[in-house]
Design a binder for this molecule. Structure first.
Ligand code: ARG
Length: 593
C-alpha cells in the first residue's frame, strides 16, 4: 500500500497531464508537459499546466491551424479524473489552472502524522560523494569547510531517499610535498621511529620545511630523494609519511566531530597502484601523446580545451592521473552510478576534462556521468578573501570557537540563560553555533561567492538558522503549553484527522504537501538553497496561520477554555517536516532554546 505522505504532487500531475496531452495529440512526439506552481495569486489555482502554448506552436509548424486556448480546452476535456484535482479551468492563452483537492491534501498530512515523514520512493542507486578532501599538512581552509558542509548535506538527502551512498574523503595525502616534510622530520625528530614526534602545529611544521626547501639547495635535494624512497615503499619513509598523515587526520577529525560529519578516509595514496594500471591502459589504447617530455591526454579528438597531464617529464604522476585512477576505481570497483565531486568552482574545468577523458577511454559508459558540485569562494565582510586580521588563514577550530562564543552571547542577550538549565543552554549554544555556520553556507546559491558574517548568520530575523530554530521550538511548545500530550493528540487524531477549514490552514497544508517535490528537486540538481528557502517558507506560512487561527483559546486570566486539536495536529506535521529539513541540512534541533 502506498503511503500518501510520499507523493510528489508535481510528478503526479505530470503523469495525469501526459495522459491528457497524448490522447489529445497522439501525433506529437514527446509533447512538452509543463507543470509549475501557480505562485501567490489564488486566482490561478495551485499549480498550472502550461503546455498549450508550446503545443500550439508545434502544431502550427505542422500546418495545423489552432490557438493556445483551443489546445488548453482540448487538454482539459481529456484530463482523467484524479483524487488530487478539485477543479480545472482554462485561463488566458490556454493556461490550465489546477486546484488541488482538499480531501487529498488532508489525507497526505494525516498520513505524515500516522507514519512520519517518509521519503518519496525512488530507484536505489549507488552514489559516490567525494567531499571535504583537505590536504595533509596544509591547512584545512574555509573552502574545505564549504565542501564539508555541502557534501555532508548532499549525502544526507541521498541517504534519506535510501540511496547507497559512499562518503569519501579524498585526502591530499600523496605528492612531492611529503619529501620535504619527511626530510624535515628526520632532522627535527631523529628518533621519530620510536617516539611519536610532538608536532602540535603541523601548519607551522609545513611552513618551516617549505622555507628550508626554498632556501637550502642541499635540503631540496634530500627532499627529492625522500620522495623517491617513499614512492618505492621504503619502510622508514612510509612510517614517517604515516606519522605526518596521522597528525593531520587528528586535526581534521576535530572539525568533523564538532560538525557531526561522517566520512571515510580514502586519500590519493590509495590509488598508487591503480595509477600505474590506468596509465598502462591509456597507453595501450593509444590515447596518450608526447608533449615536451610529458604524456598528455585530450578529452576529445578535436583537441579542444586543455589536456590532462598523465605522466610528468620526470615520470611522476599528477592530480590528473590520480583522478583518472579514482574515476576508474569508483565505476569499476565501487559500481558507482552517480559520481559526485564537491569542490570550488575553480576545479570545474579539471572535472570536465576528467569526464571527457574517462569517456574517451571507455571508463565512463553511456548514462554514467560526473557531477561536479561547484561552489564559490568565502569572502570576509570586507568582500576580500577571508583571512585573519594579520592576513593568515583562519583555522577552522578557531572559527568554530568564535561561533560558540557568539552563539552564547546571543542567547544571553535574549535572556535565555535565565530560563534554560545549563545543559539546555549548552545544547542550544551548540545547535546555534554550528547550525548558523552550516545554514549560512547552505542557504546561499552555492555557485556564488559568499560573505562569511557571524553578525548576519546570528540575526534572529530573516532566513537564518537562529530564526528557524526558534520558530521550530515555538511550534513544538504549543502543545506543551496547552498540556496536550502526544498520546492525547493521537487519540483525538483517531476521532478526526486534520481538517483544513480556514484559508490559512489550507495555505499551510499546501506548502507542507510540497516536501517530496522539494526533496526530489534537490537530489537532482544538488542545490541545497532551495531546501532552505522551503524551510523558510514553511516557517513564514506557519506564522501567518498562527496569527489567524487559535490553536488554544484562553480566557483573560490565562486559563485554557478550548483546544483546537486539529490545529495542534497541523502544528505537529509542520514541526516534523521542519525537523526533517534540519536533519537533511545537518543541523541539530533543540526542543528548548
Ligand atoms: N584535495 C583537493 C583540494 O584541496 C580536493 C580533492 C577533490 N577530489 C578529487 N577527487 N579531486 O583542492
Amino acid at each position: 500500500k502506498s503511503i500518501e505522505g510520499t507523493i510528489c504532487v508535481v510528478d503526479e500531475l505530470k503523469k495525469i497531464f501526459t495522459i491528457a496531452i497524448e490522447s489529445a495529440y497522439p501525433d506529437l512526439e514527446d509533447p512538452p508537459v509543463v507543470i509549475t506552481l501557480s505562485g501567490n495569486n489564488p486566482k490561478f489555482g495551485d499549480y498550472q499546466c502550461n503546455s498549450a502554448m508550446p503545443i500550439s506552436q508545434l502544431l502550427k509548424a505542422k500546418n495545423i491551424q489552432t490557438n493556445p486556448r483551443e489546445v488548453g480546452n482540448n487538454i482539459l476535456i481529456r484530463t482523467p479524473s484524479s483524487p488530487l484535482i478539485q477543479k480545472l479551468e482554462v485561463a488566458g492563452a490556454g493556461f490550465l489552472n489546477i486546484y488541488l483537492n482538499k480531501l487529498f491534501v488532508e489525507h497526505v498530512l494525516n498520513s505524515i502524522l500516522r507514519f512520519g515523514v517518509k521519503p518519496p520512493p525512488v530507484k536505489r542507486n549507488r552514489i559516490v560523494v567525494d567531499f571535504s578532501s583537505p590536504n595533509i599538512a596544509k591547512e584545512m581552509h574555509v573552502g574545505h569547510l564549504r565542501s564539508t558542509i555541502i557534501g555532508d548535506s548532499i549525502c544526507r538527502v541521498l541517504e534519506f531517499l535510501n540511496h547507497d551512498v559512499l562518503r569519501i574523503n579524498h585526502l591530499g595525502d600523496w605528492g612531492t610535498q611529503f619529501g620535504m616534510l619527511i626530510a624535515h622530520l628526520q632532522d627535527k625528530f631523529p628518533d621519530y621511529k620510536t617516539h611519536s614526534p610532538p608536532i602540535s602545529d603541523l601548519q607551522a611544521f609545513y611552513k618551516e620545511s617549505k622555507k628550508r626547501f626554498d632556501e637550502d639547495e642541499d635540503f631540496k635535494k634530500r627532499a627529492y630523494a625522500c620522495v623517491v624512497e617513499l614512492q618505492s615503499g621504503h619502510p622508514d619513509y612510509t612510517a614517517a609519511w604515516k606519522l605526518i598523515c596521522e597528525v593531520s587526520r587528528q586535526e581534521f577529525q576535530k572539525v568533523y566531530d564538532r560538525l557531526d560529519i561522517k566520512i571515510i578516509d580514502r586519500g590519493e595514496s590509495f590509488y598508487q597502484s591503480r595509477m600505474d594500471t590506468v596509465v598502462k591502459e591509456l597507453k595501450e589504447k593509444g590515447l596518450l601523446e608526447e608533449d615536451e617530455g610529458r604524456l598528455i591526454m585530450w578529452g576529445s579528438t578535436e583537441q579542444t580545451g586543455i589536456p590532462l597531464t598523465i605522466v610528468k617529464s620526470d615520470g611522476g604522476y599528477t592530480y590528473d592521473t590520480s583522478d583518472m585512477a579514482t574515476i576508474k576505481q569508483r565505476v569499476e570497483e565501487e559500481n558507482g552510478e552517480r559520481l559526485i565531486y564537491v569542490t570550488d568552482v575553480g576545479q570545474y574545468t579539471h572535472f570536465a576534462t576528467i569526464e571527457a577523458c574517462a569517456r574517451r577511454a571507455g571508463i565512463l559508459k553511456d548514462g554514467q556521468k560526473i557531477e561536479h558540485v561547484g561552489f564559490g569562494v568565502v569572502l570576509g565582510e570586507d568582500k576580500k578573501k577571508f583571512k585573519t586580521r594579520s592576513g593568515d588563514t583562519i583555522k577552522l577550530i578557531d572559527l568554530m570557537d568564535e561561533g560558540l562564543k557568539r552563539a552564547l552571547d546571543k542567547l544571553v542577550e535574549k535572556g535565555r540563560d535565565k530560563v534554560l538549565t545549563p545543559e539546555e543552554l549548552k545544547q542550544a549554544q551548540e545547535a546555534v553555533a554550528y547550525g548558523c555556520i552550516k545554514y549560512a553556507d547552505l542557504s546561499h546559491n552555492r555557485i556564488n561567492d559568499y560573505i562569511f558574517s557571524f553578525d548576519k548568520m546570528l540575526d534572529d530575523k530573516g532566513n537564518t538558522a537562529v530564526y528557524l530554530l526558534y520558530a521550530l521550538t515555538r511550534i513544538q511548545s504549543i502543545s506543551r503549553t496547552a498540556q496536550v500530550s502526544f498520546d492525547t493528540l493521537m487519540t483525538e487524531f483517531e476521532k478526526s484527522g486534520i481538517k483544513l477549514t480556514h484559508d490559512a490552514e489550507w495555505k499551510l497544508g499546501k506548502v507542507l504537501l510540497r516536501f517530496p517535490e522539494v526533496i526530489l528537486k534537490v537530489t537532482n540538481d544538488l542545490y541545497l538553497h532551495s531546501l532552505c528557502e522551503y524551510l523558510y517558507e514553511i516557517s513564514s506560512t506557519f506564522t501567518e496561520f498562527y496569527d489567524k487561527c487559535y490553536c488554544v483559546e484562553k480566557d483573560k486570566t490565562g486559563n485554557v477554555i478550548k483546544i483546537f486539536y486539529e490545529r495542534l495536529m497541523l502544528c505537529e506535521v509542520t514541526a516534523r517536516i521542519m525537523t526533517k529539513c534540519f536533519e537533511i541540512l545537518g543541523i541539530k534541533t533543540v526542543s528548548k532554546m
